[in-house]
Ligand binder design. Structure first.
Ligand SMILES: NC(=O)c1ccc[n+]([C@@H]2O[C@H](COP(=O)([O-])OP(=O)(O)OC[C@H]3O[C@@H](n4cnc5c(N)ncnc54)[C@H](OP(=O)(O)O)[C@@H]3O)[C@@H](O)[C@H]2O)c1
Length: 270
């Protein structure tokens, strides 16, 4: 089961466990994290999950858990692997640590946090990608994903003959057609696009009269319009809100009806 909204756990530090549990109580069933202590407290996400299981809020089988492998360059000194080990070993060690943090024996989606180079898909990425696929084949992971990728990364990954990811997770800017070229690549190949920073990357959309007008008509907030729009164009949105009311609003946006004309108008705002 792949949920239609993901709750993101970045930047929550000592609030991580409580906010993860709260998100589950409010109704989120997809959790996004990373084994990157610099921005995420993955062990605390696991504590939040455990509290929700104990309280009977949800069971592991009802959840979609996503985490990431992050290269040394994206980490601080708190590494989930031996930096002297080869990359395949680092990916395996990071995954073993994630399974322990999250108190589970499988991850629903395992994501390469970002390619080694901004310019293209490298041999390092190919090595990690192959290690991730082996973990999937061994039953420790259900789906594979990549994050922070350009169209060029994806084209080179595909041209290498390696399998395409099940998910792409990118920061989504309205000014480039909401990541139009990457979304088009994904749509053609059956890859599910996950969008983050939908609110923070697009302040001009939130304050635009078109969005304000739809929000007023439907008696919702501009943020809810943006999240509903994202789903209407096939995206799986992320929210990392720390506010219980915003959690409820973000999930409630799923009930908002947007006309095809409204969707097209928002899609071409940028
Ligand atoms: N792959 C990557 O490299 C990467 C990078 C960044 C993020 N992510 C993932 O994406 C998740 C989300 O991150 P994000 O960058 O999208 O930012 P975010 O942490 O979701 O922040 C969104 C901002 O919007 C506000 N907000 C949320 N819902 C709202 C609503 N209904 N009405 C008004 N304001 C609302 C939040 O404020 P309140 O807290 O006050 O609601 C917050 O200031 C992260 O937790 C992480 O899991 C991944």
């Amino acid at each position: 089961m792949i949920p239609d909204f993901l709750y993101g756990t970045a930047w929550k530090e000592d609030q991580t466990a409580a906010l993860t549990e709260l998100a589950l109580r409010v109704g989120f069933r997809g959790i996004d994290t990373a084994n990157q202590r610099r921005h995420y407290a993955e062990a605390a996400v696991g504590a939040g999950l455990a509290a929700a299981y104990r309280a009977g809020v949800v069971s592991r089988a009802e959840l979609f858990l996503q985490t990431k492998f992050t290269y040394r360059a994206g980490q601080d000194h708190r590494l989930p692997y031996d930096p002297a080990a080869d990359l395949s070993t680092q990916a395996a060690q990071s995954l073993a640590s994630s399974l322990e943090h999250l108190g589970t024996d499988y991850i629903d989606s395992y994501v390469l946090h970002g390619p080694a180079s901004g310019h293209g898909w490298t041999d390092h990425d190919a090595e990690v990608w192959a290690a991730m696929a082996r973990a999937r084949d061994a039953g420790r992971v259900r789906f594979l994903g990549v994050s922070n990728v350009s169209l060029r990364h994806l084209e080179q990954l595909a041209a290498s003959g390696a399998e395409t990811p099940a998910f792409v997770q990118n920061r989504c800017f309205a000014r480039v057609g909401w990541d139009r070229s990457v979304r088009a690549f994904c749509a053609k190949r059956g890859i599910r696009y996950q969008g983050f920073s939908l609110l923070t990357a697009n302040p001009e959309v939130l304050s635009h009269s078109l969005v304000a007008g739809i929000a007023a008509r439907a008696e919702v907030t501009p943020a809810q319009v943006v999240f509903r729009f994202a789903q209407a164009i096939g995206m799986l949105p992320l929210t990392g809100t720390t506010d219980a009311e915003h959690m409820r609003q973000d999930l409630a946006s799923r009930a908002l009806a947007l006309s095809p004309d409204e969707v097209r108008a928002i899609e071409t705002l940028g």
